[in-house]
Design a protein around this ligand. Structure first.
Ligand SMILES: [Zn+2]
Length: 276
């Protein structure tokens, strides 16, 4: 599932390709991807000019302007297997295209989704602001200082990993970067957030920022279906220390890594390096 670094990589890759270009029309190939209805979605996007391509949490946002009409946002929620690629024609893109955005100058970009859980929404500014999912998102982890981060975890009586995954506490972190940052910080995923001292939470803040920044530099983690805007794989999966490695030896101490569930999500940790 694409998390913050993967969505950021897609946004950074698309931005130079799409900035200033005009959507001539949106061709909805699979209506399940446009819960507003294919007609309304397509009508809203016609003749919209792309002003910005960015990320908020795990959402891709295209800022759009339309002649004589209110500004619009194309919000793309990738969920499990969604992707957004520009000017790319491959068998896989053709097979899993759900929405094709045809550009006025002849190019295109495409929303692809193998498992079809992802969605594309065309929203006005008030609609975006009042969308409950969007309105309740917590702050961006790369834009928080240590003090703000500690404050969001202190007093929370749930597992620290469950708090990291809670999008209202912090936006954009999923299973991969939760496990990897907790390992680097030496904190057990099931430790109650409220039981952790401020210095340990400050350590988690630092390691989470480092791991996210490194993953963005390496164009994200390609497990299963994630590809960047040009259809290429990321490289951060080669830097995983715990994620998906249950039963294998810890890279630091050699102890066998343990697999468990925290908040219903599969979780891997080192019983020696990570303390409660
Ligand atoms: Zn270890």
């Amino acid at each position: 599932m694409p998390e913050l670094p993967e969505v950021e990589t897609i946004a950074q890759g698309l931005k130079p390709l799409l900035l200033g270009r005009v959507i001539a029309r949106a061709r909805v190939l699979d209506p399940i991807s446009t819960p507003q209805g294919a007609d309304l979605f397509a009508r809203r996007l016609a003749k919209a000019r792309i002003r910005d391509v960015r990320r908020r949490a795990k959402l891709l946002l295209l800022d759009l302007e339309r002649p004589g009409k209110p500004d619009l946002f194309l919000a793309v929620h990738l969920r499990m297997t969604g992707g957004l690629v520009a000017d790319l024609d491959s068998d896989e893109v053709r097979r899993f295209s759900r929405v094709r955005f045809e550009l006025a100058d002849g190019g295109s970009f495409v929303f692809t989704d193998i498992r079809r859980f992802g969605t594309c929404l065309a929203l006005t500014a008030p609609e975006l602001a009042s969308w409950p999912f969007f309105a309740t998102l917590g702050p961006e982890p790369l834009e928080m200082d240590a003090e703000g981060f500690v404050g969001r975890f202190q007093g929370r009586n749930k597992a620290v990993k469950a708090a990291l995954l809670d999008q209202t506490v912090l936006a954009g972190v999923g299973n991969i970067y939760a496990d990897e940052s907790l390992f680097r910080a030496g904190i057990r995923p099931m430790a109650k957030a409220a039981s952790l001292s401020a210095p340990r939470l400050q350590g988690l803040h630092r390691h989470l920022q480092e791991v996210l920044a490194q993953a963005i530099r390496e164009n994200g983690s390609s497990i299963r279906d994630y590809r960047d805007a040009g259809g290429n794989a990321g490289a951060f999966q080669n830097s995983f220390r715990v994620y998906g490695r249950a039963g294998e030896p810890c890279v630091v101490c050699g102890t066998k890594l343990r697999g468990t569930k925290v908040g219903g999500r599969s979780t891997t940790y080192c019983p020696k390096c990570q303390k409660g």
